[in-house]
Design a protein around this ligand. Structure first.
Ligand SMILES: Cc1ncc(COP(=O)(O)O)c(C=O)c1O
Length: 412
């Protein structure tokens, strides 16, 4: 390899984020390149969750809703996320899943554009987002349509019948990044509302929801934000819209006076009306603790390191693995990419299984994509070099070509 391991160690020595790695519980013998699916456990989270279980739940019991602020955790954590997604104060709330939150904001948005019937999305969107929109339009059965175009055709497809443009900024396979500001501008000039899915953006690339004028956004916290498996998602509504919209999925946590137990729903002011029912407090606690690792992180440093790590990985793989048929997926322009790197790879499933067996953990996406999440808070330049060296050996020596690597498991 023309770039040596010593070059990478030198880069680590100069890295302003290098000290963050010690905050994470990285398993020995593993190079974890799957933080874009499930982020690593920050070390202090286990103690916080233990205290929440043993003291808050175990001893304080029901009084914890007030005493330990359980009831307000969704807003408190939402406020912590605002800096990470460039959102206005009071515009983010945490809870439920992306899919559930998308239903809420899609119905909120469609309620504002009753004469228009099209939800515009693209084929790079995560399928669950499309399923939510399809389920909703089928249920409404009044001529609404989910129109799916190629990612490069989104801008030209925002026609006067479009009620909502619903797009994921960073493609979960290719890492291609949409131009949030420009697409939002085009949506607005055509009279449509704009929904962004930030699942692969939050904690991966700088996001400026306020600056780009987005109307709504959703995202998850179990990937780059390290909130843990099944951690609650987040939801954003632009402040001026918050009191105008009415999601179709409402519940007592979104009521103006939940403990009045009125028989009729009266929406709470602001972002709170987007809440539905009781939230998973232990998961919320884990997420709240996990977000401590972001305190003091300059997102420009994060993005700079993300791009440098991704570029290094692409260079090493192209230099050493292209002859085995690996081909970069997505753009070469680093500002047009998120923080994962994917390659089309013949026998990609078996190759990934062979990598995992050697402690290099990434994942596989149909039909032939091997995908590596680059998480600048805990991934080092030396990790990237080591991972590339192992992949080069696996391909060169055909170590993937064994029955145990070829047999498919349920989760890839
Ligand atoms: C871009 C994107 N949107 C939506 C989802 C679905 O999220 P959830 O399972 O929280 O509904 C995912 C899951 O990985 C995703 O990557």
């Amino acid at each position: 390899m023309t770039i040596t391991r010593a070059d990478c160690v030198a880069k680590d020595a100069r890295d302003v984020l290098a000290s963050r790695r010690a905050l994470f519980s990285l398993p020995k013998g593993v190079i974890y390149l799957d933080g874009n699916s499930l982020g690593v456990l920050p070390r202090h989270v286990a103690a916080r969750v233990k205290a929440a279980v043993e003291l808050e739940w175990g001893e304080t019991l029901i009084k914890s809703w007030n005493k330990h602020g359980w009831f307000h955790l969704p807003q408190k954590i939402g406020a912590r996320l605002e800096r990470l997604v460039g959102a206005e104060p009071g515009s983010v709330i945490v809870g439920d899943t992306i899919s559930v939150n998308l239903f809420k904001i899609l119905t909120s948005a469609l309620g504002q554009r009753r004469k228009r019937k099209v939800i515009l999305s693209d084929s790079g969107n995560f399928p669950s987002d499309l399923y939510v929109a399809q389920g909703l339009t089928q249920f409404m059965a009044d001529g609404h349509e989910v129109r799916v175009v190629a990612p490069e055709d989104v801008a030209a497809s925002i026609t006067a019948d479009v009620a909502v443009v619903m797009i994921t900024e960073v493609d979960y396979r290719t890492a291609r990044r949409h131009e949030m500001k420009e697409i939002t501008r085009l949506a607005h000039s055509a009279g449509a509302l704009m929904i962004w899915d930030l699942a692969h953006s939050a904690g991966a690339v700088p996001v400026d929801l306020k600056g780009c004028g987005a109307d709504f956004a959703v995202g998850c916290t179990y990937k780059y934000l390290n909130g843990g498996p099944g951690a609650p998602a987040f939801l954003y509504v632009r402040p001026e819209l918050q009191n105008m919209v009415q999601p179709a999925l409402v519940g007592w946590w979104g009521h103006a006076r939940p403990f009045a137990f009125d028989l009729d729903f009266v929406p709470a002011p602001g972002i709170i009306r987007q809440q539905c029912g009781t939230q998973p407090i232990l998961s919320m606690t884990a997420l709240d603790a996990a977000l401590d690792v972001w305190d003091g992180v300059d997102l420009r440093d994060l993005h700079r390191k993300s791009k440098a790590l991704c570029q290094l990985f692409i260079d090493l793989i192209e230099e050493n693995c292209a002859r085995h048929g690996l081909k970069l997926s997505g753009s070469r322009a680093m500002d047009r990419r998120g923080s994962h790197v994917s390659f089309h790879c013949p026998e990609g499933y078996a190759v990934m299984q062979a990598l995992i067996a050697q402690g290099i953990i990434g994942d596989f996406r149909m039909p032939d994509v091997i995908r590596f999440g680059i998480t600048p808070l805990y991934t080092s330049f030396a990790d990237i070099w080591d991972a590339a060296a192992v992949l080069t050996r696996i391909l060169g020596e055909k170590l993937w070509n064994r029955p145990k690597f070829l047999a498919r498991k349920a989760v890839t």
